[in-house]
Design a protein around this ligand. Sequence first.
Ligand code: FCB
Length: 444
Amino acid sequence: MDIEFPSEFVWGAATASYQIEGAWNEDGKGQSIWDTFSHTSGKIYNGDTGDTACDHYHLYKKDVALMAELGLHAYRFSTAWTRIFPEGRGKPNRKGRDFYDALIDQLLDQEIDPWLCFYHWDLPQALQDKGGWQNRDMVYWFADYAAFVAEAYGDRVKHFLILNEPNVAALLGHMLGLHAPGKSDFMTFIAASHHFNLATGLVTERLRSLSTEWQLGTVLNLQPVHPEKDTDEDMEAAELFHALMNRNVLDPLLKGQYPNETEAMLSSVVQDDDLRQIAQPLDFLGVNCYTRMLIKSDKKSPFSIAQASPPKGSELTAMNWEVYPKALYESLKNLQENYGNPRVFVTENGAAYKDELNARGEISDTARIRYLERHLEAVKEAMEEGANVSGYFVWSLLDNFEWAEGYAKRFGLIHVDYETQKRTPKQSFSWYQDVIREQGFDRS
Ligand code: FCB
């Protein structure tokens, strides 16, 4: 075996509530900001919504059976806050709570470890109406909800993930208006960024006081940032973007401080004691990484930063993201070298391609397999050089609702026909099955 992983390495796959569940208004579920956003015309490609998505809410048993066939050790999913608290706070909704109880039991029946993320972007609309993440009170509402969920399922769930990619939610949802809640305002972005960090620390502290049994982590999107050209302007823009996207979450969580570049911007929202509150020790960090960010200076863009196109001739996925496996290596090495080598799980990595069923009804997604192989090689290389990586989760188990791109982009190891809800495992599914069974693969 060319690429072999330690026997205790955790192999998983990830999904998120809004992207797969559907049943958007069933059994007492309240409305989330993603329900609102996707129902607003012009926000999502093709007018798609997550109303039905993969109908996982009804088909979860089938999906868990597929996970068992795949041989997953762990399954990362998120709870929809609005199923459990339709209005975000107040009286819990029994049926919503029961759904995750049943899902967790089904997973455990199949010996799949449930990894539960409290928040994968589907904030209750009722809380958005009170200002959402711009409002400092959100931090406390979120901590109450997370504590409730942890207590409800924590007899069986041992791994909790606090937030999914707060840095992306802050930027795309509050500064660029591309994701829910669709805000494009600098101060909203700044406030949301800080409140996400504060929420991470507060939830960690709260959950520690409830149990010492749980492994607590949070999920960050960490893409290395490279300047398009070696000019001072581009290098400065890249440094600033790295501070805004990566260091603005890493530094407070792991070093108890904000980067010099963003400290002044944040001064109106950071209060005494916040940085101590944020820097609670976590058991692990979840790293999501798909590509690198290529940045150029552009005086007309916010912060004078613009994304540059990948170099001519680059291999691209269907998202037009550059295939650049070294990005994952660099993100892992950055944590090793600059942040005390925390325990890390790669909590998302994967690729969208234009998958098509052939005449035999199969999907031969060799480009996805190659993408995954090359990224696992990058993980292995970082580990050989000392990076503290303990597991890897593919994004995603199923094709699903890819946010602003709707159903146009397919990331799954399993193809979903959205008309019939038929699941068809792709070739990458069999490939991953082998990888898990063998704890690695031969370089192709
Ligand atoms: C990440 C998100 C995830 C998915 C992938 C492609 O940023 O966390 O939900 O959409 O991108």
